[in-house]
Design a protein around this ligand. Structure first.
Ligand code: ADP
Ligand code: MG
Length: 441
């Protein structure tokens, strides 16, 4: 049985109160499935996309346990350890614990790199109930004997796929080796590739599995579109999109993804020059710079944020109405993470991807992962029909189609929109997918 209301869950009164104040009524699917299992003390392997409410699914049962069983914590120790891949994400998880636990007595702190370690060392001195950390700095502090993991009761690995992408596998294994074996472990990842499952097996004991299919999260709420264009046309197309966005939805924010740090800087600059206040965040910027840029973005002072994948990790801003993939990511999972930046907390979102000649292969991989074709949006002057056709041929015919075929053929009559007779077709994949596309004119 999965409860349909938070009130039906056996969560302690101070948590119920916080949820009422936050106006959370219905648990998200992950929460409805995971919370009862976690309250029973089970280990958990959770597979769910971003924006599905994973944080509350682990924070609430952990806070419940801390509240029901308060305990003196030993110096430098923690009862709960949450590992997150980036500082931003760790910060958000910490904030969520504070919010959900606002009526619970507990102590927590954050540990992450890029800032001085002394405040973190002092914060750990008396021990905490909840420690949220990124792996690298945590290991540093453990080596300096400023943190002791021997009394961890709850261990959470959040966004494991991203953690591995970032090269944290060894660090994670080392941290796990320092944990007591008698603990409850939770493992969350957007994808469960074989190497991830393998890692999970070494950490979890008889885990319950909770899985939320990507179809219900990404495809349903977020309107996805792909534009086939030449590389040079991407900038003018982006500007047209931003103009349309500003007219259509006042106060909505846009995140533009770039594959490289250099590209992100250049693009932000050129957008500013074109009259769209924009800022860039990426790994080369200091923590302070990134925080400042995020603050300005959230306030709408710079309503366009150009980001690389790593920097945008865990950015949870409610009013992101549009995500633009200026470059397609070369790993398909990143696509799912990127578009998850919009449509947060049940809001509608739109994700537009630009696909140039050298990105057709990436698009194909993405469509395999999301198990649906990304609907085309051709209704702009830079549309490159031959690319669109090549994409279709790659998908249906298998292998690469010769470049000379198709050319810039516009197709006869209705063909222009991709209704290519017997070939698989975007426009009828789902009625709602073309809401803002050509069909809606
Ligand atoms: P994830 O970690 O899966 O990406 P988060 O835990 O960050 O997702 O939650 C995404 C957003 O949804 C947050 O802004 C959070 O406050 C909100 N949220 C989570 N659960 C609920 C709920 N049951 N009702 C309303 N909003 C929720
Ligand atoms: Mg999360």
């Amino acid at each position: 049985m999965t409860p349909t209301e938070f009130e039906a869950l056996p969560l302690a009164a101070p948590l119920q109160r916080a949820l009422r104040e936050l106006n959370y009524q219905t648990p998200s699917p992950v929460q409805a499935q995971a919370i009862p299992l976690l309250l029973e003390g089970r280990d958990l392997l959770g597979c769910a996309q971003t924006g599905t409410g994973k944080t509350a699914s682990f924070a609430l049962p952990i806070l419940h346990a801390i509240h029901s069983n308060p305990r003196q914590v030993r110096p430098k120790s923690c009862r709960t350890l949450v590992l997150a891949p980036t500082r931003e994400l760790a910060g958000q998880v910490g904030k969520s614990f504070t919010t959900y636990g606002q009526h619970v007595r507990f102590r927590q702190t954050l540990i992450y790199g890029g800032v001085g370690q002394n405040p973190q060392v002092s914060a750990m001195r008396g021990g905490v109930d909840v420690l949220v950390a990124t792996p690298g700095r945590l290991l540093d502090l453990i080596e300096q004997r400023a943190v002791d993991l021997s009394s961890v009761e709850f261990f959470v690995l959040d966004e494991v796929d991203r953690m591995l992408d970032m090269g944290f596998l060894r660090d994670v294994k080392r941290i796990v080796s320092l944990l007591p074996s008698n603990r409850q472990s939770l493992f969350f990842s957007a994808t469960l590739a074989p190497n991830i499952v393998e890692l999970a097996q070494t950490i979890l004991r008889n885990p319950a599995r909770v899985s939320i299919a990507p179809e219900t999260t990404t495809a349903e709420r977020i309107e996805q579109q792909v534009c086939f264009v030449d590389r040079e046309s991407k900038k003018p197309l982006l500007e047209q999109l931003l103009r349309g966005q500003a007219d259509a939805v006042e106060g909505k924010l846009t995140i533009v993804f770039s594959r490289t740090k250099h590209g992100a800087n250049k693009l932000a600059k050129s957008l500013c020059a074109a009259g769209f206040p924009a800022d860039a965040i990426h790994g080369n910027k200091s923590q302070a710079q990134r925080e400042k840029a995020l603050e300005r973005f959230k306030k709408g002072l710079t309503p366009v944020l150009v980001a690389t994948d790593v920097a945008a990790r865990g950015v949870d801003v409610k009013d992101v109405g549009l995500v633009v993939n200026f470059d397609l990511p070369n790993e398909p999972e990143a696509y799912v993470h990127r578009i998850g930046r919009t449509g947060r907390a049940g809001a509608d979102g739109r994700a537009v991807s630009f696909c140039a000649d050298d990105e057709l292969e990436y698009l194909r991989e993405i469509e395999k992962v999301i198990k649906m074709p990304v609907p085309r949006w051709d209704d702009h002057q830079w549309h490159h029909e031959a690319l669109a056709e090549r994409h279709l041929r790659i998908k249906t015919g298998g292998g690469k189609a010769p470049q000379s075929q198709g050319g810039r053929r516009q197709g006869g009559g209705g063909n222009r929109r991709g209704n290519n007779g017997g070939t698989r077709d975007y426009s009828n994949a789902s009625g709602r997918q073309n809401r803002r596309g050509p069909a809606s004119r």
